[in-house]
Write a protein that binds this ligand. Structure first.
Ligand code: 13P
Ligand code: 13P
Ligand code: MG
Ligand code: MG
Length: 375
């Protein structure tokens, strides 16, 4: 049976700045999806990571379906009304267009979808990150799908030794989707060359070369490309199918123990380590650190089991401690050097006007005679 998984996610307001949506807001979105999704959906799951609410839906309507996207858009619109009434911060923050026009792509909400023939057992993982951008998954996906040091399945599990096809998007291109397809293992160095720059090159999807099945779909939107200015971080969501021809769950989640420095945290303008957190966690220190949650599901004919909280396991407490230490170390140097994002990422913020004003005050010093004759 062909099933579509759709995640549509938006920040429509939160308590105490950018920490977490209110329970009433979550309930409103949940009630809207249940009420208006009756004829469209098989199942759904509503959760939040930091200040972002994600709607996970199962259905048979394929990817990019107008009715599914409209359902999510209208649930977020209804939520925005509640956010306004509760005085939540940033009510409707990610709804960047006035009216729905066919598809939420390019309108602010993040979207990750895939359609596939459901396997007799269908384990998959739903990741959501807050206070960071879609490149935050580059390293973990590279390690999980291309590196036998992380993924013994590439050696031990025969269908996986055919490798995986990476579809990588150049997210700096605002005129359309600029993508490249590269195959692991033979294009490994080219894949690494692109993925080392997570602000520009982002994995959009990954496919099995053994059976052509889609393993990964992730949201690649850059909000500043839509709004033309900083309106919030992109806070990406991702679906990963696991086991059999795909890496095992443990191989997919192991790389999050690295806690790599990613773009985000305060005002979306810093380099901070990515912390794996429990489902429905908020954020705190320095509007961060950037967080990622992971809900594991099984599914049969589109009906979801309960979510299992992957990063709730005690193992991840040690990782969280290490990430906290990395965060504190980086914050000690404030605005200096690597602690903040490079200029091309900051150019959507007020720093541009500051630099322009300062530029007019620079002078070129006249050359001294003794320097003229120095050599
Ligand atoms: P089980 O024997 O518990 O099914 O585990 C198989 C496996 O390969 C886990 O990585
Ligand atoms: P969000 O994108 O999660 O709303 O965060 C915005 C921000 O600037 C936090 O400092
Ligand atoms: Mg916010
Ligand atoms: Mg957010």
């Amino acid at each position: 049976m062909d099933i579509t998984l759709s995640i549509i996610k938006a920040d429509i307001g939160s308590i105490g700045g950018h920490i977490s949506p209110s329970q009433r807001l979550l309930e409103t979105v949940r009630a809207q999806v249940t009420e208006h999704g009756k004829a469209l959906l098989i199942d759904s799951y509503i959760s939040h990571t930091g200040d972002d609410i994600a709607i996970l839906m199962t259905h048979k309507r394929g990817v990019g379906d107008g009715a599914i996207h409209k359902l999510a858009w209208e649930a977020f619109m209804a939520g925005t009304e509640v956010a306004r009434k509760q005085g939540l911060y940033g009510a409707g923050q990610d709804l960047l267009k006035e009216a729905f026009s066919g598809n939420v792509r390019g309108m602010g909400p993040a979207v990750a979808e895939m359609e596939f023939e459901e396997r007799p057992n269908e384990p998959f993982l739903f990741f959501a990150a807050d206070k960071t951008d879609p490149g935050c998954y580059n390293l973990a996906l590279y390690l999980a799908f291309a590196d036998p040091m992380n993924t013994p399945g590439l050696m031990l599990s025969p269908p996986m030794d055919k490798g995986f096809r990476f579809v990588i998007m150049d997210v700096s291109n605002t005129e359309g989707d600029r993508v490249i397809e590269l195959n692991a293992p033979e294009d490994l160095y080219d894949i690494a060359t692109l993925l080392r720059n997570p602000e520009r090159y982002v994995i959009e999807s990954i496919w099995s070369r053994a059976d052509g099945g889609q393993a990964v779909s992730l949201s690649t939107s850059r909000l500043h490309n839509i709004a033309g200015k900083y309106t919030g971080k992109d806070d990406p969501v991702m679906l990963v199918r696991v086991q059999k021809t795909f890496p095992a769950t443990g191989e997919i989640v192991a790389p999050y123990a690295v806690g790599p420095y990613v773009a985000g945290a305060m005002r979306g303008s810093h380099q901070m380590p990515l912390m794996p957190v429990q489902l429905n966690s908020g954020i705190s220190y320095f509007d961060g650190p950037p967080v990622v949650s992971c809900a594991a599901f099984a599914m049969h004919e589109g009906i979801l089991t309960e979510a299992v909280d992957v990063f709730a396991h005690p193992f991840w407490d040690t990782v969280r401690d290490s990430v906290s230490r990395k965060a504190l170390d980086m914050r000690r140097q404030g605005f200096f050097g690597a602690a903040m994002l490079p200029m091309d990422e900051l150019e959507y913020t007020g720093i541009v006007e500051k630099l322009e004003a300062l530029d007019t005050r620079f002078v070129i010093r006249e050359k001294h005679n003794d320097m003229d004759t120095a050599d």
